[in-house]
Ligand binder design. Sequence first.
Ligand SMILES: Nc1nc2c(c(=O)[nH]1)N[C@H]1C(S)=C(S)[C@@H](COP(=O)(O)O)O[C@H]1N2
Ligand SMILES: [Mo]
Length: 227
Amino acid sequence: MRKNENIIFVIILLLIVALIVIAVFFYRPDSAPQSIKNLSSVEVREYKGEDLSSIAAFRENSIKGPQYVNISNYKLEIYGLVNNPINYSYEEVLRKQNYEKVITLHCVEGWDVTILWKGVLVRDLLDDAKPNINANTVILYAVDGYSTQYPLQYFYDNNIIIAYEMNNVTIPPERGYPFMLVAEDKWGYKWIKWINKIELSSDTNYKGYWESRGYSKEGNLNESFFG
Ligand SMILES: Nc1nc2c(c(=O)[nH]1)N[C@H]1C(S)=C(S)[C@@H](COP(=O)(O)O)O[C@H]1N2
Ligand SMILES: [Mo]
């Protein structure tokens, strides 16, 4: 009897040791439940006393619907009448001096949104590319085939930014990720989203997507948007 009890004791002891070894082996500290970050709660809705619109207040009516840009092979190309053509990566653009401002976008359809934008000066990007003396027009293109044009002077007379954040969150794909032009004092169709190319040109007759369909080239908010 005494001998059997000893064997059972040893077996139980071995089982306990085995369980401890197994528990230690499978223990993964990083498999603990992670807290989930809710991005929409980070969106600011008030800035220096001014009420902001929700990112969700935009109406989606882009010419080809939302575009989903793969940032790992994304480039922002600056070319044409420049002495130093540049292909910026997303991170290279974000490393530039950034600026914040609250600006309202007015669509010709009659709705508007007031947003806190964060981005970099278009002028800073152009300066790196060294526009040559004949350049007087800037044509911006987007991944959906959209385009719009400006006199070069617009970016030097005004502090115009291309934005990568709205209301403190990264611009979502539907709203223009990675970059949207914050074309203050211009109608919404001049606020090109999903920008991937900026061409310096001397073609003052160039017309962008809506401009070539009868909308005003200047697109000034204080004027009619019809040609
Ligand atoms: N690439 C691209 N940018 C674009 C457009 C578009 O169709 N494609 N639509 C323009 C128009 S008409 C408006 S009002 C603003 C805001 O459009 P959203 O509400 O669809 O974001 O984006 C502008 N930028
Ligand atoms: Mo619009």
